[in-house]
Design a protein around this ligand. Structure first.
Ligand SMILES: NC(=O)c1ccc[n+]([C@@H]2O[C@H](COP(=O)([O-])OP(=O)(O)OC[C@H]3O[C@@H](n4cnc5c(N)ncnc54)[C@H](O)[C@@H]3O)[C@@H](O)[C@H]2O)c1
Length: 447
């Protein structure tokens, strides 16, 4: 495999992770990735057979996904993994009650991945961990339900897609809006052509979050903080910078342009595409920064205005991290046609408006989709592409990172869809594009 346009230097954080991982099960180096053969997968599951699950990252969305999946009789949760012991007890109790036996608990996900009885994992860790968790999982022959945004940066997203493809794994991403009626109906309406030719889309999220001013503290005994930081840059422990709040720190997340951009821009791009292979912008510009919450530890922008230019079809997507949203939901996506009609969709509904803002009649285009988590289990069994296939949501994730790359570089960034690469140098020298991994972690590079 080639490293298509990627410099090895950008990914090598130190000693080969393969050494640390041992047993050759989990490759850590590019050289290892080059030689890796598709992981041995368990036999194909019959329709009534149980899919055995492990959870990486408990307590938050990982656990929420676990509970959604536990609703199905053909799912069994066998193992839980978290680097913080305090995040596990509730999930442990619920699994024990449901299956009449306790799950095995791990602190190191690599040990959990060694188990041959586990078919699939939930990746519910913060964004800076997704790439390693997911690539190591597919190398170990596991399918995955991986949370969004797919990655912390563009280079990771690209490697994750190639790794899943190489190891022939099913990966559903947690953009569950792709499986709810208001969004599937709105997308079907746009794709049907009934709204006419669309020249503009808008997507937005209102941002009101502060994480406060904290101070350096002793790490609580329950938490392996070094493991929690993982491949990111080490920073002193502060309790207001860890669970949940990491998303407002660019070292661990990407702010709301990735956290919610991946939901709302995903809908715009899906509507403007024929299928899961998404139309991609050719030029991205963005302005903004941390203007509102200056007396706060967060470093993610609280104001962002980005313009993304698409070709074939020609349209502009306007992405905003807003301070206000009068008369509109706090998040949403709009499609605007050449005759001035607007289709607006948000979590909970969709509406059609004439140029004066008067509501127009709409129609429900298709039957309600199956549940997002059921779709994952069905695809694990059928080996069909899930509705939020990794390769597709990686495209949306990359668009979110391109917004951050344009903001960080202060310049227009250009994207080459065919090469799956930034055109030229602008944007490559940003955290949104790639970063060195902290030793001993190392990104396995697939392409
Ligand atoms: N799809 C959605 O609607 C939705 C909603 C919320 C969050 N999310 C996504 O879910 C992911 C998790 O977000 P959250 O809010 O639950 O975060 P969180 O901080 O509340 O929970 C993450 C958990 O992962 C654990 N963890 C960290 N590194 C680990 C590692 N290497 N191995 C094992 N455990 C590790 C943490 O200790 C913590 O318990 C994020 O990617 C986020 O964007 C998605």
């Amino acid at each position: 495999m080639q490293e298509r346009g990627l410099s090895r230097r950008e990914f090598v954080g130190g000693a080969a992770a393969g050494v640390a991982l041992g047993a050759g099960l989990l490759s850590g180096a590019c050289a290892a990735a080059k030689k890796a053969t598709p992981a041995a997968s368990r036999k194909q599951r019959g329709p009534n057979e149980r899919v055995v699950l492990g959870v990486i990252g408990c307590g938050g969305m990982g656990a929420s996904n676990m509970r959604s999946l536990m609703a199905f009789d053909d799912i069994e949760v066998a193992a839980l993994c978290d680097v913080d012991d305090n995040r596990v007890p509730k999930d442990y109790a619920d699994v024990e009650t449901k299956y009449g036996r306790p799950p095995q608990v791990y602190k190191d996900y690599r040990r959990m991945l060694e188990r041959r009885d586990i078919d699939a994992v939930i990746v519910g860790t913060p964004d800076h961990w997704h790439a390693l968790n997911l690539i190591h999982a597919v190398e170990a022959g596991k399918d995955a339900y991986c949370e969004k945004p797919v990655s912390h940066n563009i280079a990771e997203a690209r490697s994750m897609v190639a790794a899943a493809r190489h190891h022939k794994r099913i990966v559903q991403v947690g953009t569950w809006q792709r499986s709810t009626r208001e969004f599937t109906d709105a997308i079907a309406y746009v794709r049907s052509g009934k709204l006419g030719r669309i020249t503009q889309c808008r997507a937005w999220i209102a941002d009101t979050t502060r994480i406060g001013k904290g101070k350096v503290e002793a790490v609580p005994p329950s938490l392996d903080y070094d493991f929690w930081v993982g491949p990111a840059k080490m920073t002193p422990y502060q309790s207001n910078k860890v669970h949940w709040n990491w998303r407002w720190l660019m070292n661990f997340g990407g702010g709301l342009s990735t956290d919610w951009g991946v939901h709302m821009m995903d809908i715009a791009m899906l509507g403007m595409s024929a299928g899961q292979d998404l139309v991609m912008p050719v030029e991205i510009s963005a302005y903004g920064g941390r203007y509102a919450f200056v007396d706060d530890d967060r470093d993610a922008p609280d104001v962002t205005e980005a313009l993304l230019r698409f070709k074939d079809p020609n349209f502009i997507l306007h992405w905003s991290v807003l301070r206000d949203h009068p008369g509109k939901p706090g998040h949403g996506t709009e499609f605007i046609s050449v005759d001035g009609r607007t289709l607006r969709v948000w979590r909970g509904g969709w509406t059609l408006l004439d140029p004066e803002g008067k509501e127009l009649p709409k129609e429900q285009a298709e039957a309600a989709p199956t549940d997002h988590w059921r779709n994952f289990v069905d695809c694990v069994k059928s080996r069909q592409k899930p509705r939020a296939d990794l390769a597709s949501v990686a495209q949306t994730t990359i668009v979110c990172h391109l917004v951050n790359a344009a903001l960080e570089s202060g310049q227009v960034v250009r994207w080459n869809k065919a090469a799956m690469e930034i055109d030229g140098k602008t944007g490559k020298d940003t955290l949104a594009y790639s970063r060195p991994y902290r030793k001993p972690w190392k990104l396995p590079v697939y392409s």
